[in-house]
Write a protein that binds this ligand. Structure first.
Ligand SMILES: [Zn+2]
Ligand SMILES: [Zn+2]
Length: 134
């Protein structure tokens, strides 16, 4: 069964005909703002395996100076995916439906985590970026 995801209002949805990979959570101050959360929860996808099912016209984007950006639903504000130079790069795990059969394998930039966040000891932590920060 393909992996699917959708935004909070449900008008934007997508499908991944493949596996998610390199799931990570980044605790840097930029990701906290971008994900409106204590950290990002994000996994990479193969661009050829990703397709929008509905609501693509509702998407709006924010692209930073280095070509990396995020696309989000203009109706409800959910951030659905990351793009790099206009190409799909990964998906936000919060918008994935059900169990994508992947777990967050590393917590990165925990050195700059929010003062109010308490991280469990058991998770794999990197003070800055992890070994494969693709
Ligand atoms: Zn929405
Ligand atoms: Zn980050």
């Amino acid at each position: 069964m393909p992996i699917t995801g959708e935004c909070f209002c449900g008008q934007v949805s997508y499908q991944v005909d493949g596996r998610l990979r390199d799931a990570r959570s980044c605790h840097c101050s930029r990701c906290r703002k971008a994900f409106s959360s204590q950290a990002s929860a994000y996994a990479l996808v193969e661009p050829s395996e990703f397709s929008w099912l509905s609501g693509e016209e509702l998407l709006t984007s924010y692209v930073g100076s280095r070509g990396f950006g995020l696309r989000f639903c203009s109706k409800c504000g959910s951030t659905l995916c990351g793009i790099f130079n206009g190409v799909i790069h990964g998906v936000t795990l919060g918008c994935v439906n059900g169990d994508p059969e992947i777990e967050i394998g590393m917590h990165i930039f925990v050195g700059s985590k929010a003062a109010w966040e308490v991280l469990p000891d058991a998770v794999t932590q990197y003070h800055e970026q992890g070994p494969n920060n693709a």
